[in-house]
Ligand binder design. Structure first.
Ligand SMILES: CC(C)(COP(=O)(O)OP(=O)(O)OC[C@H]1O[C@@H](n2cnc3c(N)ncnc32)[C@H](O)[C@@H]1OP(=O)(O)O)[C@@H](O)C(=O)NCCC(=O)NCCS
Length: 191
């Protein structure tokens, strides 16, 4: 079942909340960095404010059509910006299939915030939520480029297992790209 209001998830290092129009500048700034975008399937380089605004629009309609939940990651450990917690990245449950209880995961953190355990905690929060009674999913999948050792580590630290390899045409680079497929399944109906 999809929630009626956009969920908010609370961790030790981060909170996850709905992405807002005010996040457009932070998203643009952090995704302009090729060290981040080169690991992501759909993020063009250069990345513009219009790309961010389009993403936020899609994030809203994806929630309304039950296709995806795209969360803003707010850090509780990095000094605040104005009155808000610092925006450091996004994490999504995408391609939600409520019939087969499956979805895909996607995430990125701004480069200056890497190496502090943020992605590891975000993934744990989102897996727990996706498997909770509220969302009720049973299988989550993530695609990662083989050279993305940090992301592979984060997936494995969260108990995800490599189940295969795919080779698919990648529109942004105009060539085939290999990805590893990682999966986690809910083991108990009480989870
Ligand atoms: C992958 C990414 C999300 C990790 O975020 P993060 O907040 O730095 O992750 P964490 O700090 O929670 O954990 C990173 C882990 O990777 C390890 N790591 C980092 N670089 C590594 C490397 N080159 N080789 C092996 N392990 C590496 C870290 O040591 C850490 O593991 P540890 O806790 O056992 O020491 C971030 O680097 C990122 O946004 N990259 C670009 C976008 C991306 O790759 N998204 C995922 C697409 S599948």
């Amino acid at each position: 079942m999809m929630p009626k209001a956009f969920p908010k998830l609370f961790g030790t290092l981060v909170n996850l909340r709905e992405i807002l129009i005010n996040d457009a500048q932070d998203i643009t700034h952090l995704l302009m960095n090729y060290n981040v975008s080169k690991h992501l399937w759909e993020i063009p380089n250069p990345y513009s404010i219009d790309d961010a605004l389009e993403f936020i629009k899609c994030a809203n309609s994806d929630f309304n059509t039950l296709k995806a939940l795209h969360f803003a990651i707010e850090s509780k450990i990095i000094p605040r910006s104005r009155n808000n917690l610092k925006f450091v990245g996004t994490i999504s449950v995408k391609n939600i299939d409520l019939v087969n209880k499956k979805a895909d995961l996607g995430y990125w953190i701004g480069e200056q915030y890497w190496g502090r355990g943020i992605a590891t905690e975000c993934l744990k929060l989102i897996i727990d939520y996706a498997f909770s009674a509220e969302l009720g999913l049973k299988q989550l999948c993530a695609y990662v480029f083989p050279e993305n050792k940090a992301s592979i580590r984060v997936l494995e630290k969260n108990g995800m297992n490599k189940i295969g390899v795919v080779n698919e045409y990648h529109k942004l680079s105009g060539r085939d790209r290999t990805s590893f497929i990682y999966v986690t399944i809910r083991h108990s109906d009480n989870a």
